[in-house]
Write a protein that binds this ligand. Structure first.
Ligand SMILES: [Zn+2]
Length: 293
């Protein structure tokens, strides 16, 4: 038990939890691989695999055709030829895998789907070691599922309103790092991309949002968008269409990280060792010279 807790704490600060770019990479993989397939069987194997708010069991999806995929922030969903959708949140370690006959089976399968399109069949599984991920059958309002209604549009969403988002930051009086992680202001940014965004913006993570000018906030949003776009691009190029692995995909961007997880490493801009501080139960990495308070 003690070992498990230690591992969880470590993963909160030091491992790669899927954020927008990783979820978008998975969505693109699913879009490419399973659109047009019909669900001919669906089962869940873990009590936490299906969210309690789900309006129906996974078995209710049998017979439905997958018409596409969508995403808001870190929530992704499959659209169906039905008045509801299948929402997935990857949590800390969720993965979608297409099983191959000549490869070993995944070891933490929480749900499994048999898919069919003409004569082709696929087995799609939701694998999740830490069980913080979930699936849920939900109705939508304005094309957004119930569980994602409170999530703000991310910067890649056509509905994203930059001016209104800047104002939301300025209206708060909280640390900018905390504000960036708030999915109700701007969605998709987690610990990794928040640290990278603030490093690019030369802003100390503990700076209060009320101390920032609209121009600075606009620059922060611009950098968040840019760093996530770069990560999406790298996830896209490393995409293996037989094996959609979130942790594997996010690892490719690791080589490009300037601040996150780089404690004591030289700042790529000025050479000063990157510092790590903890607040709000999370680590923040920053350059004490480029990102002064
Ligand atoms: Zn620096």
């Amino acid at each position: 038990m003690h070992g498990a807790v230690t591992e969880l704490e470590k993963s909160n600060s030091d491992s790669y939890v899927p954020e927008l770019p990783e979820v978008e990479t998975v969505r693109r993989g699913l879009q490419h691989l399973i659109t047009g397939y019909r669900i001919i069987d669906a089962q869940n194997f873990h009590p936490r695999a299906l969210k309690t708010e789900s309006i129906a069991p996974l078995g209710s999806l049998i017979g439905a055709k997958i018409t596409g995929t969508s995403r808001r922030g870190k929530f992704l969903w499959l659209t169906l030829n039905r008045p509801y959708v299948l929402v997935a949140h990857l949590g800390m370690s969720g993965q979608f895998l297409i099983h191959q006959r000549d490869r070993p089976r995944a070891t933490h399968i929480r749900a499994q789907f048999q898919l069919k399109k003409a004569l082709r069949t696929l087995e799609l599984v939701f694998n999740d070691q830490r069980t913080f991920g979930w699936l849920s059958v939900e109705e939508t309002t304005n094309n957004i599922p119930a569980s994602a209604q409170h999530i703000a549009p991310d910067p890649f969403d056509p509905l994203f309103d930059k001016k209104a988002t800047i104002q939301k930051y300025l209206n708060r009086n909280i640390k900018i790092k905390t504000a960036l992680l708030n999915q109700e202001i701007l969605s998709g940014v987690g610990n990794i991309y928040a640290d990278e965004t603030l490093w690019r913006s030369k802003i100390h993570p503990e700076t209060l949002t009320s101390e920032l000018t609209p121009k600075k906030v606009a620059a922060i949003i611009g950098n968040a968008t840019e760093v996530m776009q770069e990560a999406i691009n790298q996830g896209g190029t490393s995409f293996d269409d037989l094996y959609i692995n979130v942790n594997g995909e996010s690892g490719f961007f690791e080589q490009s990280l300037a601040a996150y997880g780089q404690e004591d490493e030289p700042c790529p801009r000025c050479g000063t060792p990157i510092k790590r501080i903890t607040f709000g139960a999370r680590s923040s990495h920053f350059c004490p010279r480029c990102q002064k308070r």
